[in-house]
Design a protein around this ligand. Structure first.
Ligand code: NAD
Length: 321
């Protein structure tokens, strides 16, 4: 460990050891308090220069204003929807995250969920465990030749498209940015949102959570989906209207969700969905791979040290620990 460089870091979510070691090796003092209550956070934040968090807390105006010596807000992951970024920036506090680190992991999970849904794997696996040899009980379909509608053609959406195209899916894409070149590079077709919803066999959501994407998959848009279509969401829970989804579930082929409105799900609507045989839910594990977590740690450490003007620890010394 290097000499203390004068900066104190508060870590409020569960985070891997390697990243914490990196901070300490750079000479920062780390207080590791995963699961800390909001009241305690508000009480102690004034003593820290850096706040490191995942999705477990809301870093709003009050938290930011109490952080009298805050210099960096560091999101251990991608989404910044739990941070008041504008307010932080207006107070001269840098906001850093690791936007690319988990893209491959989320894209691979998305492809996995699509195949689980197409082959009813969740039902077969559950049946066999219960002693029922379910061969012939559930239908299976190929991804090859299916129309895959990708909504949000950014880091993750474009990777999902490339992976699916390699299997033989026909990619349709919709984005609010001009992504024509990226879509054409995977042999896909850029279309309007309505056309995508009407034509796709599988629709997969990869948009950020913003006012324009909140409840984007509402009653009107869910109604456009084909009977037997598959809907996949590995982006953010509030992008889908779950009351409306529940109304459409019987006519859809399957729904696969890695994210929900409320995690874990407790509301009657979400419980009904989660327990429905056509619904496949994973507990927000898109980025939960060893590789993604290591990459997040490396990107975030570099970002924090850059803002603070602290020299990065020797990576060889770090990997030897
Ligand atoms: P990105 O910013 O690279 O791509 C998002 C794309 O969505 C952009 O191209 C943007 O133009 C587009 N977009 C924005 N608003 C839109 C709208 N209204 N309609 C259509 N397109 C719109 O983001 P990314 O890194 O690909 O991440 C995508 C999503 O995945 C985010 O919500 C992120 O929080 C989520 N995510 C989930 C997990 C997980 O664990 N499941 C992990 C990482 C990221």
């Amino acid at each position: 460990m290097s000499a203390f460089v004068g900066y104190r870091v508060l870590v409020v979510d569960r985070i891997s050891g390697r990243f914490l070691e990196g901070l300490r090796e750079a000479g920062l003092e780390v207080e590791y308090r995963p699961g800390i209550s909001r009241d305690v956070l508000l009480d102690i934040i004034k003593g820290f220069d850096v706040l490191v968090f995942r999705g477990g807390i809301v870093v709003d105006r009050e938290v930011i204003d109490r952080g009298l010596r805050l210099r960096v807000l560091a999101r251990y992951g991608v989404g910044l929807d739990n941070v008041d970024v504008d307010h932080a920036v207006s107070r001269g506090i840098a906001v850093v995250n690791a936007p690319t680190a988990s893209s491959q992991s989320v894209a691979e999970l998305t492809i996995g969920l699509i195949i689980v849904a197409l082959r009813s794997l969740h039902l077969h696996i559950d049946s066999v465990k219960r002693g029922v040899w379910s061969k012939g009980l559930y239908k299976g379909r190929e991804l090859y030749g299916k129309k895959l509608g990708v909504i949000g053609f950014g880091r993750i959406g474009s990777r999902v498209a490339r992976l699916a195209a390699a299997i033989g899916a026909r990619v349709l894409a919709y984005d609010v940015r001009d992504v024509r070149e990226a879509v054409e590079s995977v042999g896909g077709e850029l279309v309007g949102l309505e056309d995508l919803l009407v034509e796709s066999d599988i629709v997969t959501l990869h948009v950020p959570l913003t006012p324009s994407t909140y409840r984007m998959m509402n009653e009107g848009r869910l109604r456009l989906l084909k009977d037997d279509a598959i809907l996949v969401n590995t982006s953010r829970g509030p992008v889908v209207d779950y009351e409306a989804l529940l109304k459409h579930i019987e006519r859809l082929g399957a729904v696969a969700l890695d994210v929900l409105d409320e995690e874990p799900p407790r509301s009657p609507t979400l419980r009904k969905l989660v327990e429905h045989p056509k619904v496949i839910v994973t507990p927000h594990i898109g980025a939960e791979t060893i590789e993604a977590m290591e990459r997040v740690g490396e990107e975030l450490l570099a970002g924090i040290l850059e803002v603070l003007g602290v020299e990065a620890p020797n990576p060889r010394a770090r990997s030897a620990t």
